[in-house]
Design a protein around this ligand. Structure first.
Ligand SMILES: NC(=O)c1ccc[n+]([C@@H]2O[C@H](COP(=O)([O-])OP(=O)(O)OC[C@H]3O[C@@H](n4cnc5c(N)ncnc54)[C@H](OP(=O)(O)O)[C@@H]3O)[C@@H](O)[C@H]2O)c1
Length: 324
């Protein structure tokens, strides 16, 4: 039986119970599982697929029958992850492709290669993520969180649009191609700061840069959803709660130590990203922010809601920064 709506919302607002494995266990008791084979015939690309939630998303997608393109920045780590997926799912159809999402030239190179190799894409999961200790710039001079979470995914979505459109032919409506941004509940703590997207002003904090760009991902999903409304491609964002991954253990050791027993497994954290590719409901809407298979508010207070000028500023930033 689904969780009563008020109880579900209370878990969400209290953060720890909702984001931890307790929230997942309480909510998932009311879910019907998607049958194996739901994604047969569909091809989905997952970025940051060499570890953590990305690898678990790949495993969840192949369990449902999808062909999966594992997009990784290090081929060795990617192939090791692929071998773990194949050991658990013998016969799964997975390819490993190299792409550093923070490097716009590499994103262009990878997308051109994907357009040569693939006939269509039915899904794209923007999962690659970083939480740097210090302000770091990419070769093109962009702050690393901005490049990895926002500029790279924006460019990749646009470059892969011909494949995503081919996955949603107008003569077969009802099951559109789906782009999903894996954001974070941390985005609730931040506004976008489009006036200083490269985090040049003030003292740099990796956590703040992470939260700002995770907020940008949620707004960008809404903007792309509008932009692609007529294309047969839907765009969503989601947050996974708190899951026990190499990233959390390495970037936030104190948090990992304290919350350890309550953290979700990677499968639990990846569940909504997989579900968004496969379930009917997210195929019928676009531009929605999800957690545990349920639409969630993007703000809890009116203060901090993005103005039209800030939203336009984010779009202009992405278009300008990714122009060839
Ligand atoms: N775990 C959580 O509780 C949690 C909570 C909220 C949001 N998230 C989000 O979930 C996503 C996955 O997080 P995680 O916890 O699984 O992190 P993780 O264990 O650190 O894994 C991150 C993955 O992203 C890849 N990556 C990083 N930078 C990349 C780049 N420039 N190009 C391509 N791939 C890159 C990493 O590749 P390498 O193997 O080469 O390092 C790795 O495969 C992130 O977007 C994160 O913000 C996670």
């Amino acid at each position: 039986m689904p969780l009563p709506r008020l109880f579900d919302a209370a878990l969400d607002r209290l953060v720890l119970p909702g984001y931890s494995r307790l929230g997942y266990l309480a909510r998932s008791a009311g879910w019907t599982s998607l049958p194996d084979g739901t994604l047969t015939g569909r091809t989905v690309a997952v970025t940051g697929a060499s570890a953590g939630l990305g690898e678990a998303t790949v495993a969840g997608l192949v369990r449902l029958g999808a062909d999966v393109e594992m997009v990784v920045r290090d081929r060795g780590r990617g192939e090791a992850a692929r071998d773990r997926v194949l050991a658990a799912h013998p016969g799964a159809r997975v390819t490993v492709a190299r792409c550093d999402l923070s490097d716009l030239a590499d994103v262009r190179r990878y997308a051109a290669d994907a357009r040569d190799r693939l006939i269509a894409l039915h899904g794209l999961v923007h999962n690659a993520g970083v939480l740097p200790a210090e302000r770091t710039e990419t070769a093109a001079g962009h702050e690393l969180c901005l490049a990895t979470h926002v500029l790279g995914p924006f460019l990749l979505t646009r470059e892969l649009l011909p494949l995503l459109r081919a996955g949603s032919p107008p003569e077969r409506p009802g099951n559109p191609s789906r782009v999903v941004f894996v954001s974070s509940g941390g985005m609730y703590t931040a506004s976008m700061h489009v006036d200083d997207p490269e985090f040049l002003a003030g003292r740099f904090s990796g956590g703040a840069a992470y939260a700002r760009t995770k907020r940008m991902q949620v707004v960008l999903a809404e903007l792309l959803a509008d932009d692609l409304a007529a294309s047969g491609v839907v765009v969503h964002s989601m947050h996974p709660g708190w899951a026990d991954t190499p990233g959390v253990a390495g970037s936030m050791p104190a948090f990992h130590r304290i919350t350890g027993p309550f953290l979700r497994t990677v499968q639990q954290g990846a569940d909504t990203a997989v579900w968004l590719q496969a379930a009917r409901e997210p195929g019928r809407c676009s531009g929605v922010f999800w957690h545990d298979r349920t639409p969630r508010p993007t703000h809890y207070l009116p203060r901090g809601v993005e103005s039209p000028a800030e939203r336009a500023g984010l779009w202009a930033l992405c278009v300008d920064a990714t122009a060839a």
